[in-house]
Design a protein around this ligand. Structure first.
Ligand code: NBX
Length: 826
């Protein structure tokens, strides 16, 4: 090591962990970082200076973590995910460093309110929903568990769109999260990585060996932006490395030299488009060329980065499986498989079999869906045009694989066709889930039921072929963000009950169980809920001008808008309650007052989903203002549901709606967040609901609906939704009311597509489950009237949900898939 570098190991120290220490650093950042005096500083100046100050407290830990991990030569997890739905960074950094009180006091001494600065931060919404949020929870847990992990992804300039409503209909606005400054990121343009596209392949003679090389047509640069992933009060900070696309110099100059200045600039824009925007479809991939460019772009950068910058210089790549596991978050990064093969075979000049043996040990694949239309396929034509060498490699992988299958199942042509990575119809394309399954050392689903269905329904031939490859890891959520940060009042109550250790050892919540029978504790628990409702009310008033009625049950359904999730079922229930009230059948004073809260973004091109949003808002406009309802039913739909809103909404909820058709929701993770915050669930036997119900107990969960095998039977028997309409009077009246135009100023056409879809198609059996849902809602009403009983159930939900910590998920991945280790001190 050079003298210079040795000097570089001198300790980096954090600012003093005290009010004075903080204030001094904060003012320094304000003066020298922002270039303003306190007297003239805007809220944004103050926020940026605060963020940079907090960053300083993390810096020494970050550098130390890197040093330790390098010294330990430990196995790292490289989490490859096209999405990270991070949420705001400031509060998370404050709890990780235990600085909240110091900062609050220090700012107050300068006449600044921390809460105001908090509101300045625009959350990085670099994901669509569950899959992206899961990635964020996982990197949080690994940092907290001191497990070496690099999260790799894309630094989208525009994250998930900002949703607004115009007359109740969704209108999308660009998410300009970077526009007021990005204090949490560390760009490293000096570590940029070139990524190539297009062109052709050719063979050449390499000293008697015939080899292939790729002659690409164009390239871009990937610029890494590092983000801190602080562990919770453990001195660790892991790294999230997101790639941003820049035009390469060569690319510029070539055109520039020809005097075409404008074209050169345009070309630059073209290259930079790659990381411009997150695709907002969360379940029906659009097969767009730019999306495939995004996928290859970030995995090519990530593999190159790991091999060249993270591993020591003289590292023997034959030992790669001892140092890395690339976890594929769904199929989005699976092009990494042929990329690693290309590096080993074409660049390092290894034998194919030697390369394949290593590659197969370096990847594992997590599937997040059961919907056939959500399984990614890329047309061969497109893949071959963009990545010709990768397509050849995929063909070779497929040929070798099918030859193996043919040996084990001689003459079974149909099986070969079913298992081929290449589909022939409707057009020749690459099935990315099959490629991931063939290449991955392990394949996992995200809840017990999902993993079972994945084996039995989605990949049955593969699970027969490799029974040991398939495993389950039930999802989890980070208790730091979703309890400690989002619900300070409950956190205090829990800490009083079981001590502070629960934040990193969530099974400790069990120790609260006996307190469910303690009347005083229940009283305190209710006070926490009431406080959280006040907090939500204040936020919604400020944010959207929405006022919640006092003393109402808060019934919440927040998640992406999708037909399989069945927001429509909840709307039908609301409409039917409304209809029964106005027709005199139901006395509104006989049921608990309820607020029905929705939060959901629809993919911009998903017409039916947007219709459903319109319906919810229009039903709300009528129900909320009809005096006959006497305030018994209130519908609220704050726009732009995101992580930040979730953090205030979920802790206030009494009832959690998890009502997908059985066999369609892979896991769900919102369901876990609600249970951990003391909401009771009304839900189907789907995804992780199954495990939630098993853990919290039947008496504390409102189950309804067909079970997965029954769904299959109903569908196989030829499902006719109109029969349910004809036979169920309550249902018929609700649908008729919608069809009558009652929620569209008498215009029958507006919601006709929804009505006709329900009556004639109803792919997700909304009508079949309606009666069962209504009955479960009646049980909810009755249970809510028993205040003490309800509180008891809510406390037991919290106490028994420790299993759903993402720390536990991470231990399961380590145990079943990764075989990595925490790097412990010294
Ligand atoms: O992943 C979700 C599932 O629907 C949930 O059941 C599950 O809990 C969660 C985490 O495992 N899937 C999801 O969020 N998918 C996407 O967001 C998505 C995004 C882009 C895309 C396909 C799916 N092309």
């Amino acid at each position: 090591m050079t003298e210079n570098r040795a000097n570089g190991t001198a300790p980096v120290t954090a600012p003093q962990h005290s009010v004075e220490g903080f204030v001094k650093e904060f003012l320094r950042e304000l003066h020298f970082g922002q270039g303003v005096t306190l007297a003239r500083a805007s809220d944004n100046d103050q926020y940026l200076a605060l963020a940079r100050t907090v960053r300083e407290y993390l810096m020494a830990r970050w550098l130390e973590t890197l040093r330790r991990q390098f010294d330990a030569q430990a196995k790292s997890v490289a989490y490859l995910s096209a999405e990270y739905l991070l949420g705001r960074q400031l509060d998370n950094a404050l709890i990780a460093t235990d600085l909240t009180e110091i900062v609050e006091e220090g700012l107050a001494s300068l006449g600044i309110d921390l809460a105001t600065l908090r509101e300045q931060e625009v959350e990085p919404g670099l994901g669509n929903g569950g899959l992206g949020r899961l990635a964020a929870c996982f990197v949080d847990s690994l940092a907290t568990m001191s497990v070496p992990c690099i999260g790799y992804g894309i630094r989208y300039e525009y994250g998930i769109f900002r949703q607004t409503f115009v007359d109740g209909w969704q209108v999308e606005q660009p998410d300009t999260w970077l526009s007021l400054g990005a204090p949490w990121e560390f760009p490293h343009p000096e570590h940029s990585v070139p990524v190539h596209f297009g062109g052709h392949t050719e063979t050449y003679d390499d000293g008697g060996v015939e080899r292939t090389r790729w002659v690409p047509a164009w390239d871009v640069l990937g610029v890494p932006y590092n983000y801190m992933v602080p562990g919770y009060q453990n001195g660790r900070v892991n790294t999230l490395r997101l790639w941003s696309a820049r035009a390469t110099k060569a690319f510029d100059l070539q055109i520039f030299n020809s005097g075409e200045y404008v074209d050169a600039v345009r070309a630059q824009t073209f290259a930079e488009n790659i990381s411009k925007v997150l695709y907002p479809e969360d379940s029906t991939p659009q097969g767009k060329e730019l999306r495939l460019q995004q996928q290859y772009f970030f995995v090519a950068c990530s593999i190159r980065d790991f091999v060249e910058n993270v591993l020591p210089e003289d590292f023997d790549l034959h030992d790669l499986p001892e140092r890395i596991i690339f976890q594929l978050n769904d199929t989005h990064p699976v092009i990494a498989v042929p990329e690693l093969m290309r590096i080993l075979v074409d660049e390092k000049k290894w034998d194919w079999d030697e390369a394949w043996a290593v590659t197969q040990k370096c990847f594992a694949y997590t599937c997040h869906t059961l919907l056939p239309e959500a399984l990614e396929v890329w047309p061969v034509e497109l893949l071959g045009r963009l990545l010709p060498r990768h397509l050849e490699i995929i063909y070779r992988i497929n040929d070798d694989f099918l030859a193996e299958v043919a040996q084990r199942f001689p003459g079974d042509e149909l099986r070969l066709r079913r298992m081929s990575i290449i589909a022939e119809h409707p057009e020749r394309s690459v099935r990315m889930a099959y490629l991931a399954t063939v290449a991955g050392a392990k394949v996992n689903g995200v809840a017990e039921l999902h993993s079972q269905l994945l084996r039995d329904k989605v990949l049955p031939d593969f699970s027969e072929y490799w029974p040991d490859k398939f495993t389950n890891v039930t999802n989890g959520v980070t208790p730091r963000r979703f309890v400690r940060l989002a619900n300070p009042a409950l956190s205090e109550l829990i800490t009083d009950a079981v001590g502070p250790g629960w934040v990193t050892d969530l099974e400790r919540l069990r120790e609260m169980e006996p307190l469910a029978d303690d009347a005083e504790f229940r009283e305190r628990f209710r006070a926490v809920k009431a406080h959280n409702k006040d907090r939500l009310n204040a936020l919604l008033q400020r944010r959207d001008g929405i006022t919640l009625p006092a003393d109402a049950m808060l019934d919440v359904m927040v998640k992406r808008l999708h037909e399989y999730k069945r927001q429509t079922l909840k709307v039908l229930h609301i409409v039917s309650q409304y209809e029964r009230i106005v027709s005199g059948e139901l006395d509104p004073t006989s049921i608990p007052r309820r607020v029905f809260a929705f939060g959901a973004k629809a993919a911009p091109g998903y017409k039916m989903a947007k219709q459903i949003i319109g319906l919810i808002n229009h039903v709300g406009a009528v129900v909320n203002t009809d005096p006959r309802v006497q305030g018994a039913l209130t519908v609220v739909f704050p726009p732009n549901y995101n992580v930040t809103l979730a953090e205030t909404l979920i802790p206030a909820a009494d009832l959690s709606e998890q009502i997908s058709l059985a066999g369609k929701e892979a896991s769900g993770t919102g369901n876990m967040k609600f249970a951990l915050n003391g909401a009771l669930t009304i839900g189907t036997d789907d995804g992780a609901n199954v495990e939630i119900r098993q853990l919290v107990g039947d008496d504390h969960f409102f189950l309804f609906g067909l079970l997965e095998p029954q769904v299959e039977q109903v569908v196989a028997a030829g499902y006719e939704p109109s029969r349910y309409y004809e036979e169920n009077r309550t249902l018929r009246r609700a649908i008729d009311l919608i069809a009558s135009g009652a929620f569209a100023n008498g215009d029958r056409k507006v919601f006709e597509p929804i009505v006709s879809n329900l009556l004639h198609e109803d792919r997700f059996l909304v009508l079949a489950d309606f009666q069962s849902y209504v009955e479960a809602q009646e049980r909810v009403d009755a249970a809510y009237l028993d205040t003490e009983g309800w509180t008891r159930s809510a406390i037991l939900n919290v106490a028994r949900s420790g299993f759903f910590s993402s720390d536990r998920s991470m231990w399961d991945y380590i145990d079943r898939i990764w075989h990595a280790q925490p790097v412990v001190a010294r």
